[in-house]
Design a protein around this ligand. Sequence first.
Ligand code: AGP
Length: 608
Amino acid sequence: MCGIVGYVGPRLASPLLLEGLKRLEYRGYDSAGVAIMNGKGVETRKAPGKISELERLVTAAPIHGTLGIAHTRWATHGAPNFCNAHPHLSCDNNIAVVHNGIIENGSSLRQALEDVGHTFRSETDTEVLAHLIEEFFDGNLEEAVLEALRKVEGTYGIAVVSSRDPNKIVAARKGSPLLVGLGEGEYFVASDVSAILAHTRQVIYLDDGDLAVLERDGYRIIDMQALPMTRAVNSIDWDLDMIERGGFPHFMLKEIFEQPTTIENTMRGRLLVEEGTAKLGGINLTNEELLEFDNIVITACGTSWHSALIGEFMIEELARIPVEVEYASEFRYRNPVIGPRTLCIVISQSGETADTLAAMREAQKRGARALGIVNVVGSTIARESDGGIYIHAGPEIGVASTKAFTSQVIALALFTLRLARLRGLPAEEGRPIVEALQKLPAQIKDVLDRADEIESIADEFNDAANFLYLGRGYNFPAALEGALKLKEISYIHAEGYPAAEMKHGPIALIDENMPVVFIAPHDSVFDKVVSNVQEVKARGGRVIALTSRSEPSLAGKIDYEIRVPETIDMFTPILAAVPLQLLAYYIAVKRGANVDQPRNLAKSVTVE
Ligand code: AGP
C-alpha cells in the first residue's frame, strides 16, 4: 500500500520526509520519491526500489526547502519504475502530486486532457491528477484541487504542492486514509501516524470528502463545497518504541511476544467477573437493541476472516443466534438477505481494507447495523461503523497478522459473553469463561517461554515443499490460520483443513514428505482427531501435534509434540495460534525470507 508524508514549517523538509517514508516501509512499496519547494520551483527526486536509493539521490544532490511532499508507491497501475514513481508533475512542472488509491475514470480523464494538449510521462492514474489540477489552476491551489477532484471517480489520499502557490500543501481524502499532524509551528500530512510520531502526537484524521490546506502559520479543513469543517484533534498514545522493533530481529517476533500484554489490553476494563459477562462501551447498542437482532453476519478478509469463524462458533454456541461468516470480497458483490434486524460484525486490523470497508458500506446500505472490531484508532472502518470494539493491540507492523488475530478472538469472546448473557446464558456459565479469559495471558507466556522447542522443530522442516494443517471444531479456523502464517512468510505451500475432511481427498497427498500439523488439544473432539492422526501415520506422514496433556492414545503416532496449556474449548485456538505463529516465523527465518515484508504482500490492502 502507498505511503504519503508532507511537511511545512521552519525546518529543512528533505530529512523529515525521508525519515517519514522509512517509518512507512513496512506497508510495502516498490518505489519512492519527494517533491520540495526550493525557492524557485518544485524540485523532485524519484527512485524505483528501496528508500535508501532515493536517500542516495537526495544526499548526492540536496534540495534546500522547508515545504515538501513524499511518497512510497505499491504499484496498482504501471510497473514499479522511475517514470511511474510519485510525485507526478503537471506539464509545466509547477504542480506535484502524490496519491494513494485508484482513479477509476483515469483513462477517460487522460484522454480528455491529451485532447487539450497535455502530455503524459507515465502509465499511472495518478498523473492524471497533476494535469487536471493544472487545467483548473488559476492562482489558488486548493480551488484548483477541488475543481479537479470533482471530476474524479475512485479513491484517493493525495498531497499537492505548486510553485505558483508555493507556501501551502493541499491534502484531500476519499477512501484512502490521510491525517494532518499538528506540530509546534509546523504541520504534517501523512497516510499513517507512524510517519510523523517522532514530531507530534496531535493528529486530525481526515474524513472522506475533506480537503486540508497546510500553511506556515496554520491549517484549515474544508469540504468539497469549500465550506469550513471542524475535525477532532486526536492525541496518539503510541510511543515510538512501540513502533520500533524493541530489540527483536523482526517486528513479527516482537508482536508474537507482545501477546500476553496485548490480550490483557483487549480485556482491560471490560470483564465483569461476578456477573460473568463483559461491558463494551463503544458498541453503541442498548440491551433492547441487541435483543432485536435475528441474525449476525461477520465479514472480513484473510486472518480476520479466520477470527470471524471462531466468533461464529462462539456466538452460536453461547448466544444461540444464527451467524454467517462471509469473505468481504464476496459479500460486497452478492445480494445478501440482510436488513435492519441483521447485525453485521466487521473485523479488520487496519480498518482500511478496501473489500471489508465496501462490504460494511453495502450492509449499512441494506439497513444492517455495523459493528467494527478494529485495531487502528480513527481508521475508516472504525469511524464509519455504527459502533465498535477497539482491540487495543497496539501498532501491528509485521505484514503477517499475529497479535491482532488473538486480540480479535478475545474481542469476539467479550461480545459473545455480552450477547449470550442478555439472551439467557446464566451467570454461573459466564463466570468460567471470564476466569478462562483471565488465565490466558499467563498461559500464552508459558508457550512463549518454550519458543526454543518450536524453533528446533522448525529446523526439521524448513526445506519442506508442502504442509497440511488439520483441526476440528474451534481448531479448524486455527488450522486455516496456521497454514496462512506459514505460506505468507515462508512461501511454502500450506493448506488448512477440517481434520475429518482429509479422507475426502487431501489424504492422497500424504507420504513421507508431507508434514502434517494436528491441532489436538484435549477438547470435546480430541478422540476424533486421534483417528485422523492414525490415518496420516499409516501412510507415512510426518506428524507434528499440538497437545494439551500427555496422551497415551497418541503414543508412537506423532513425530513431534508441541505442548500447550489446557483451557476451555473456545480459547484453544488462541493457545494453538501462538506456537503456530512461531513455527511459521522460525521456518521463514531459516529459509532467509523477508519475514516482516513478504514478497507481493502489503500490510493493508486498500485497493480491490
Ligand atoms: C494476515 O496475516 C494477512 N496479512 C492478511 O490476510 C490480513 O489479515 C488481511 O489482509 C485483512 O487485513 P485487515 O485485518 O487489516 O482488514
